[in-house]
Design a binder for this molecule. Structure first.
Ligand SMILES: [Zn+2]
Length: 228
């Protein structure tokens, strides 16, 4: 990807479940751009305040400076002149206009690298990710290792906590493969029961495709198994 037309912009998406190394990969690509003396700028949503507000910290403790912004408009307004490579971490938390902002930056000749969760804990596509995956030139689906069986993990299993889509932190989650994924049974709220029923119905539709490429395998058609 580093060797493409240096004048043209494009969008790269790094996605997958938690613990799959998305932030590490984003940091790696940004570092390479910096070695190539390209001007970089990295953003993250202000909502993600774990560890340190000014930095993206990967789980291997390598960090890189990132500017927390409240929404996609704030990101656009914070772009500095002459930036060639723009990184966005935890992009699934942004509003839907982040897609337009990414397109605008790429059209203007910037290399845009976004990293984020593809699905939430109920296996629903997360926020603006479906649109970003569609418009991106390059998609890297990352996989963690299933804590139950050691296969490649495609899902983030919630094992403790509430039933809201956004709960920051790692303690309530595990990486699981398709065989080991179980619908999370949260507290007794009516809404979550409905979601359970919905999820169970979707599961019974079955999912025949197997996406077991290695780390950087390209995303494939996913059918309707995870439709809302
Ligand atoms: Zn498994």
């Amino acid at each position: 990807m580093d060797g493409l037309n240096p004048r043209g912009g494009w969008i790269e998406v790094i996605t997958g479940g938690m613990f799959s190394g998305k932030s590490e990969e984003l940091i790696r690509r940004i570092r390479r751009a910096e070695i190539a003396r390209q001007r970089t700028q990295i953003f993250k949503p202000a909502i993600d305040n774990r560890f340190n507000t000014q930095r993206i910290i990967s789980r291997d403790n390598r960090g890189i400076d990132a500017l927390p912004v409240n929404d996609s408009a704030a990101l656009r307004a914070s772009l500095t002149f002459g930036v060639k490579v723009v990184g966005v971490d935890e992009v699934q938390f942004f509003d839907s206009s982040i897609v337009d902002v990414c397109m605008e930056m790429a059209d203007a000749g910037m290399r845009v690298i976004v990293a984020g969760l593809d699905q939430d804990y109920l296996r629903r596509p997360f926020g603006p990710m479906p649109q970003l995956l569609a418009v991106a030139e390059y998609v890297s689906k990352m996989h963690a290792v299933c804590v139950r069986c050691g296969s490649l993990a495609h899902y983030t299993q919630r094992v403790a906590g509430g039933d809201s889509q956004i709960e920051i932190g790692d303690v309530s989650y595990e990486a699981r493969c398709r065989m080991c994924y179980e619908p999370y049974r949260a507290t007794s709220s009516a809404e979550s029961v409905d979601e359970m029923v919905e999820t169970a119905a979707e599961e019974s539709k079955g999912a025949e495709e197997e996406t077991r490429g290695h780390g950087d395998a390209e995303t494939r058609g996913r059918g309707d198994a995870v439709a809302r």
